[in-house]
Structures are given as structure tokens and as C-alpha cells.
Design a protein around this ligand. Structure first.
Ligand SMILES: Cc1cc2nc3c(=O)[nH]c(=O)nc-3n(C[C@H](O)[C@H](O)[C@H](O)COP(=O)(O)OP(=O)(O)OC[C@H]3O[C@@H](n4cnc5c(N)ncnc54)[C@H](O)[C@@H]3O)c2cc1C
Length: 415
């Protein structure tokens, strides 16, 4: 059976980009429906970092107090381990003006739940969970809606008609594929394996320090109940790691982080170690008449630097800022083309700059670590600057905390 319903903006995907876009458009009074294929936001193996640019935005939206009440830990600086065993402080967030002087680590599901609760207070907001977009409706060359299927009842088919469709469905975007957009990829030298380890009293969490050895890297994110751990190794290592088995994997973890040696037994089998095929790519063109792609659907980010959530949020703010007035003025279909192009012009530079920085990190840190050459050669200029010119640590911290061209909430969205 096919049913049809109508909205002004159909947002596909309830991740950070889709939910923030839905909230802001609804606050402008634009009818918006967010469609999310999962039944809830409990996406375990996802990043947790909420940077200062996003925290400031939440304050502007009047959500700062609710956000600060969520279970979270703070990251006050970031360091690089040195070959002699010492740590070099690279970025020091305490040099930034409070309260935007840290990165918060908040499980993504808590952040998304909070944003959706705020959006539901707006009468023009709807979210439909457990429903996936399966394709787009195109009429006279203009995208005019999406085809939807419920996970629980794939036989039921809905056409959601809209003045504008926004693809926020992440790095494997169905909507983007449906219109034939192909992102251009940049090679990434590693994949990531995610797993949990128990958290114990006395574990400290204010600094995020990667652990390196010859051939691999490990990073852990403290959550209230456990550590979310990411193991990095050269791309294509998954079959070898699984063939070596869980004992060998536990030994790798313990070698990288001796303080975890007492709990690596909690990794029951390699089935509990989830591989992520890391990608970095970007669309040449983010829009066509009736459709815009933002967030990971427009530019999948490497996990290096943990900036993907924040860029996705900033894309959504820019899109709402440009598009809400245009939609309220009655523009639709091809009449929105110039506005869609403006969103892309505004958000391409930050995506390009951040991906370029991530490529540099891949080369100078990850590739050298995998080759066992992290300690080779003279220290790099940025490392020397951080060591001998302390204000540089504040500059690095600002770059990570706010990123290039951070967005502010438009006046009509503030509470
Ligand atoms: C393992 C991992 C760790 C990461 N660590 C960090 C980190 O620490 N910090 C950080 O800032 N970033 C991190 N990132 C990146 C970050 O998660 C993404 O950049 C960010 O979530 C992108 O937001 P988005 O809204 O564009 O897409 P996503 O978060 O991918 O959201 C897309 C949403 O669309 C839904 N969806 C997909 N297809 C459909 C469909 N056909 N119909 C309906 N819904 C659909 C998905 O279920 C999902 O909810 C990490 C990513 C991964 C995979």
C-alpha cells in the first residue's frame, strides 16, 4: 500500500546534522520531518566529542544547562607521547576563555535525545523513527520528495513530498546515491577497531593521549560506565587481526596501554571488536534542484581530531540560517537553487581545511607510527613551536575547539 504525506523540508537521517537542522528549521516555523532508519539513537560505536563551537551553539539555543546536566567528562588538553616516554603538551584548552575552554565527551545518543526533546517542543517539527528513505522522487528534473519504507513493515511504502529534501544520512548516503552524486575519496592509511573495556575507580580522563607502538595506535574515550577504545592499524589488517585471535589482540592492547593490562580479559572474543572502514571523501557538488547534502553525506571525515560531529552540526546551522528565510519567503524547487549554492559556498572551506589537516595528521603521525618511525628525524616545526612557544598551545587548542568559520545560532532560533 502506498500512502502520501507532505511537509516543507524532508530531512533524511537523524544524526547530528539532521537533528540540528530539524530543530532550527522548526524554530523558524518551517514544517520539517526528520526520518531516521533506526528505532532509537543508541549508536554505540560513535564518537563522543562535543567541541567548544557546538557547546557555544547549545548555549545560544538555550540548551546549555540541559547539556551540562548530561553525563559527561571533559578534555582539557591534548598531548603527544615522545620517544623518551615523556608527553608533549600540544594543545591547552585552558588558554581559551571559559566556559568554552574544553571539549566535552558526551555519548552521542544523549546529545541527540536532548536535541530531539527540544525540537519536539516546536509544533512544526516531526520525527519518524524506524523508517528509511529508499529513493528520491524526481519530477521535471527537481527532487520533490523521498520514498520511505518502515523497518518493521517493509511492505508499507510512503511517499514523503517536500519543497526540499536534505540528505543527512551519513557517509553511506542512500539519497546521495539515488541522485548519482559520487564523492571523491582521499586515501586514508588506517582502519579503526572499536571495543569496550571496564572503567575503574581512579581512572583519570582529562587528557586524551594516543598510545603508539611500532605498527599500531590506541585511543580511549572515557564513558560513565566504561572506556570506549579505538585501535588503529594499517588499512586492510582486519583479516590478519581476526586470524591471530583474541589473545593476540588483548596482548596488543596491553602492550600499548599497560594500565589496561588488568582488564583486557573483558574482550571476550573478536566478535566484540567492531571494525570501521575509515573513509575521507567530499562531494564536488552538494546540491541539485530540490536537494541538499550536508554533514557526512557531503564530506565523510576521518576520525583524526574527532571533528565530524561538530562539522555536521555547523553545516546544519549554516543550512538553516540560509534556507529558513528563503522557505518562509515561499521559495521552493528550482527557486531555491541560489540558496543551496550559498550553503555549499559557506561550508566547503571548513570541510576542505579540516580534511587537509587530517591528511597531514595521517602522514606525519599515523603513517610514521605504523612504520615504527615516529621517533625518527628532527621534531617537526609544529611540535617545536608547541614545546618552546607556549601561546602556540592556545592557538592549536582554538583551532581544534572552534575549527574554521564556526557558525552561530541565528537570532530567531535563540531561546
Ligand atoms: C566509529 C566512529 C567514531 C567517530 N568518532 C568521532 C568523534 O569522536 N568525534 C566526532 O566529532 N566525530 C566522530 N566521528 C564522526 C561522526 O560520527 C560523524 O562525522 C557525524 O556523526 C556525522 O554526522 P551526520 O549527521 O552527518 O551523519 P551520521 O551521524 O552518520 O548520521 C546519519 C544518520 O542517518 C541515518 N540514516 C542512514 N541512512 C538512512 C536512510 N536511508 N534513511 C533514514 N535514515 C538513514 C543513520 O541511521 C544515522 O542516524 C566518528 C565516526 C565513526 C563512524
Amino acid at each position: 500500500m502506498v500512502t502520501t504525506r507532505r511537509t516543507t523540508v524532508a530531512v533524511v537521517g537523524g544524526g547530528p546534522a539532521g537533528v540540528v537542522l530539524g530543530l532550527l528549521l522548526a524554530r523558524a516555523g518551517v514544517a520539517v520531518e526528520v526520518v531516521e532508519r533506526h528505532d532509537d539513537f543508541n549508536r554505540d560505536f560513535r564518537g563522543d566529542t562535543v567541541h567548544a563551537s557546538t557547546i557555544r551553539l547549545l548555549d545560544e539555543l538555550g540548551l546549555g544547562d540541559v547539556f551540562r546536566a548530561l553525563p559527561q567528562s571533559r578534555l582539557d588538553d591534548f598531548s603527544l607521547p615522545m620517544p623518551d616516554g615523556s608527553r608533549l603538551l600540544l594543545g591547552d584548552f585552558s588558554r581559551l576563555a571559559p566556559p568554552y575552554d574544553h571539549v566535552a565527551m558526551v555519548p552521542q545518543w544523549d546529545l541527540l535525545d536532548m536535541l530531539v526533546t527540544a525540537a519536539r517542543a516546536e509544533p512544526s517539527f516531526t520525527i519518524t523513527m524506524g523508517t528509511a528513505a529508499t529513493g528520491v522522487i524526481v519530477e521535471n528534473g527537481i527532487v520533490t520528495g523521498v520514498h520511505l519504507a518502515r523497518r518493521s513493515d517493509p511492505g508499507e511504502h510512503t511517499e514523503l513530498r517536500a519543497e526540499l529534501v536534505v540528505a543527512c544520512d551519513g557517509r553511506g548516503s542512500t539519497v546521495r546515491d539515488a541522485v548519482g552524486f559520487r564523492p571523491v575519496s582521499t586515501s586514508v592509511p588506517f582502519d579503526t577497531w572499536w571495543f569496550r573495556l571496564p572503567r575503574e575507580d581512579g581512572d583519570t580522563a582529562s587528557a586524551l593521549v594516543p598510545a603508539f607502538s611500532d605498527g599500531d595506535v590506541l585511543l580511549s574515550f572515557p564513558r560513565p560506565e566504561h572506556h570506549q577504545v579505538a585501535y588503529f592499524a594499517p588499512k586492510g589488517s582486519d583479516a590478519r587481526l581476526r586470524a591471530e585471535g583474541v589473545e593476540a589482540f588483548r596482548a596488543r592492547v596491553a602492550r600499548l596501554r599497560p594500565d589496561f593490562a588488568d582488564r583486557v580479559g573483558a574482550i571476550g572474543s573478536m566478535d566484540e571488536v567492531h571494525v570501521l572502514d575509515v573513509r575521507m571523501d567530499r562531494l564536488h557538488r552538494w546540491w541539485r534542484s530540490g536537494l541538499l547534502c550536508i554533514g557526512d553525506a557531503a564530506h565523510a571525515m576521518s576520525p583524526a581530531g574527532g571533528v565530524g560531529i561538530n562539522l555536521a552540526v555547523q553545516d546544519a546551522v549554516a543550512a538553516a540560517t540560509v534556507l529558513a528565510p528563503a522557505l518562509l519567503a515561499g521559495r521552493s524547487g528550482a527557486g531555491l537553487d541560489r540558496d543551496l549554492a550559498r550553503v555549499q559556498r559557506r561550508r566547503t572551506p571548513p570541510a576542505v581545511v579540516v580534511q587537509a589537516a587530517q591528511s597531514v595528521l595521517h602522514r606525519v603521525v599515523f603513517e610514521r607510527a605504523f612504520a615504527g618511525r615516529l621517533g625518527d628525524g628532527p621534531p617537526l616545526l609544529p611540535v617545536l613551536l608547541a614545546r618552546y612557544v607556549p601561546p602556540v598551545r592556545g592557538l592549536y587548542a582554538r583551532g581544534v575547539a572552534f575549527g574554521p568559520l564556526p557558525e552561530h545560532a541565528p537570532g530567531w532560533a535563540r531561546r
